[in-house]
Structure formats: structure tokens, C-alpha cells
Design a protein around this ligand. Structure first.
Ligand SMILES: [Zn+2]
Length: 420
């Protein structure tokens, strides 16, 4: 198990982490827990800061850094360009200016700048999805997009780069594909510490998530194996804690699960199975599912399977009726007409709501005919759908799944009020 910064449940990934100060995990290497963790690496004449975190986290990083050292920041290193890792930079640039230090170099993979361009291009969409994914959690939801300042790398590398600008503390950045296509893990050879970014998330890797672009399950496994090969004494996660004695076990157990998922989905695709069957049937083998390193606290198996399907297949789902589908409203109106109105559907949904998660899920589909059918019961249907979404959220351990369902319930209640 990871050390004290790890707790079971989403709290380990969230707010409670920001109450703690930085602590030294190896000579010159300081771990600062946050929603996205920060690592401060102090050499003889300068400092590297890995992942300054959310934009609102920047001043906290500066405060913690300056409680440790007055040395100039030579490098700000991004493990990847996500909003919860690479956006606290302006506070560090302002600190350098206030102190009369040269501006630090910003180090990242070449795809970080491409990511930032995409983020700027699709910012309206992204803000909405962050509202949906994080609304019930707290710090701003879509504000992480709306208030972002983009500080792209001044040193962009492709495969790996050695950084020797800090006396006594050589650093190496290595690229791998995993949660993103712009990922870096940082190797601090003298301390034998890895700063793993979101390759390491203290739970089942978030290898597919509803609103985001492609993730890379097999290459993620390869990166974890590369990390294990350097025999680190400590591995810092992007979310959660620091792994020490069991670091290699964690790395290899996790890579094994990712390799299994990739192989299992590919095997089924080659057998001619379609998405629906694969999604319904693929579950981690029980000994993997029981591992403390593979709990679905942030992502979940079904989301990883979705990204594997997207990686290896087109969008055709095996049913030719879906090649040019009718709208949901058109189908719903036909079903409502045949059912003699909404009552029978809502009644059956009510019965199913008292059952298990699978029955509650079926109830959602029945209520959807009424929601999309647009008849006089639509406000009532939105309210019932909200209640069902809350029930479904209660049975989902994944932070992402739970938040999406909870946030959607809030929106359904708003739509019920709007519909009268
Ligand atoms: Zn992250």
C-alpha cells in the first residue's frame, strides 16, 4: 500500500490532500499532495517543480516551495498537459520575477503544446464536460478551462531528455503513451525516485474516460515495466500517495492488468464479437480485481474497455439498424404510442427502481422513452430519471462515474423545473 497520503475512496484523490504540507521523501525530493500531486526537487543551486497542478494550486506550490528553499526554480516539468497538472505555472513565473530570478524553463513532451492548441480550440466543449465531471466535487468544474492560462513548454522533447541544469541533481524525462499522448515520467537517478504523473494513480488506471480522447492501455503497461526496470526506491503518483517498498509490485501488478485487458478485448474482437457483448462481459479476473492497486476508485474497467474498442474498431456496432439511426425522440414516440402513453413505462420503471443496479439501469432506459417522447409527463420523467441517476451513482465506486451520474441528476431536476 502507498504511504500515509493514500486513503481509500475518492478523498485520496481530492480536497483532503491539499491540507497537508510538503514532506521530504528522499534527499532533496519533496512530495506535495494535491488534487494533482506536485514534486519539488532541490539541488545545490536550483530547483525543479514537477506538475504545479490546477491553476488555483499555484500559490500553494509557491508557498510550500519557499518554506523549503530560496533557490531559483530552474525547471517546471509537466508530466502531461492536463488541467490538474500543468496550470499552476503562472504563480511560479510571478515568484521568479518578484525575486529577480531568471524565468524557469518549462519542460514537456512535444505533444503538450499540441494538446494546449486543441484545448483552446475546443474550450467551450471542454468547459461543459468539466462541469459535468466535476460539478459535484468542488473546485470550479469548468472554471479549470475558463480560467486557464496556457504556459507551453520552452523545452519540448520527443523520446527522452537529460536535464543537467541543477547542480548535484541530474534529472531525466522519459516519454510514454498512457493516460495521454504527451506523457512524461521523471527519473531522479541519485535519489532513485520516479515521479510518475498519471501513469500512477493509486487505483485501476483511468485508461478510458467518458469525455476524453483516446488513451493507450498497452503502451501504459510498457511504460510501467520500463519504470520497474530502473528499480526505483520510491514512485510518486499523480493522484494518491507515494509508493516505496511495494513500488515494483505495484508497477508490475498494474502493467499485468493493463496487458490482460488489451489482450482480452483484442481476442474477443478477433472472434467476431461486437462492442455490446464485449462491454457486458469483460471483467478483470478475480485475483486482479482483488488487488489493492487495481481498485476502480477513479476510472473503472468498463471505461478502459471502451477506449480499447475505440482504439481497435470503427464505430459500427454490428447492428445495421444503427448505421443511420432514427432520433431517440422518434423511437420514443413510437414506443409511447404503442404503450398507450407514459403510465405503463413509468410504473414499470418504479418497480425496477427497487431492484439492483442492473434493474435500476433498465429503469433508466424505460424512463428515457418518456423523457425523449416529449409528452405531458416529461417533467415527472425528468424527476424520476434524476432519482434513478442518484441511485446508480450510489453503486458506482469510480470517482468519474459517480460524479457524472450525480451531476446529471442535478441537470435532470433543472430540466424538470424548466418543463414545469
Ligand atoms: Zn491527473
Amino acid at each position: 500500500m502507498a504511504t500515509d497520503d493514500q486513503q481509500p475512496g475518492p478523498e485520496a484523490l481530492g480536497k483532503s490532500a491539499t491540507q497537508r504540507s510538503a514532506r521530504e521523501i528522499a534527499p532533496g525530493v519533496y512530495f506535495l499532495a494535491g488534487f494533482g500531486n506536485t514534486t519539488i526537487i532541490v539541488g545545490d543551486d536550483g530547483v525543479a517543480v514537477v506538475d504545479p497542478g490546477l491553476f488555483i494550486n499555484g500559490p500553494r506550490v509557491v508557498g510550500e516551495l519557499r518554506a523549503i528553499t530560496d533557490l531559483p526554480v530552474r525547471y517546471v516539468i509537466y508530466t502531461h498537459g492536463h488541467y490538474d497538472h500543468a496550470f499552476g505555472t503562472p504563480a511560479l513565473l510571478a515568484d521568479a520575477q518578484d525575486r529577480g530570478h531568471a524565468a524557469p524553463d518549462i519542460v514537456g513532451h512535444v505533444n503538450v503544446a499540441r494538446r494546449f492548441e486543441r484545448y483552446a480550440k475546443t474550450s467551450g466543449h471542454l468547459a461543459k464536460t468539466f462541469d459535468l465531471q466535476f460539478a459535484s466535487w468542488g473546485p470550479g468544474g469548468g472554471d479549470v478551462v475558463r480560467k486557464a492560462t496556457y504556459c507551453p513548454p520552452t523545452i519540448a522533447y520527443e523520446d527522452r531528455i537529460a536535464l543537467d541544469g541543477i547542480a548535484g541533481m541530474p534529472l531525466e524525462c522519459r516519454h510514454g503513451l498512457g493516460e495521454t499522448d504527451d506523457h512524461t515520467w521523471v527519473w531522479v537517478p541519485d535519489a532513485k525516485v520516479i515521479v510518475g504523473g498519471d501513469f500512477i494513480v493509486s487505483s485501476l488506471p483511468n485508461a478510458g474516460t467518458p469525455f476524453r480522447v483516446q488513451r493507450y492501455v498497452l503502451e501504459w503497461a510498457e511504460a510501467l515495466e520500463e519504470m520497474a526496470a530502473v528499480e526505483p526506491v520510491a514512485v510518486v503518483s499523480g493522484h494518491g500517495g507515494v509508493f516505496t517498498d511495494d513500488a515494483t509490485d505495484m508497477l508490475l501488478t498494474t502493467s499485468q492488468a493493463l496487458r490482460w485487458l488489451d489482450g482480452e478485448v483484442v481476442r474477443r474482437i478477433n472472434e467476431g464479437q461486437w462492442q455490446e457483448q464485449i462491454l457486458a462481459e469483460v471483467e478483470l479476473p478475480s485475483e486482479m480485481a482483488a488487488s489493492e492497486y487495481l481498485q476502480p476508485l477513479y476510472g473503472c474497467t468498463a471505461f478502459a474497455v471502451r477506449d480499447l474498442l475505440r482504439r481497435y474498431m470503427g464505430w459500427y456496432d454490428g447492428n445495421p439498424s444503427m448505421l443511420f439511426p432514427s432520433t431517440r425522440a422518434e423511437v420514443a414516440q413510437e414506443v409511447l404510442a404503442l404503450a398507450g402513453g407514459a403510465e405503463a413505462l413509468l410504473q414499470r420503471a418504479e418497480e425496477l427502481a427497487a431492484g439492483d443496479a442492473a434493474e435500476q439501469q433498465r429503469a433508466l432506459h424505460l424512463v428515457d422513452f418518456v423523457v425523449y417522447g416529449g409528452g405531458p409527463e416529461v417533467a415527472d420523467a425528468h424527476r424520476r430519471k434524476a432519482d434513478l441517476l442518484d441511485l446508480r451513482a450510489d453503486s458506482e465506486r469510480s470517482f468519474v462515474a459517480h460524479n457524472v451520474l450525480k451531476s446529471a441528476a442535478v441537470l435532470e431536476r433543472q430540466q424538470a423545473d424548466d418543463a414545469g
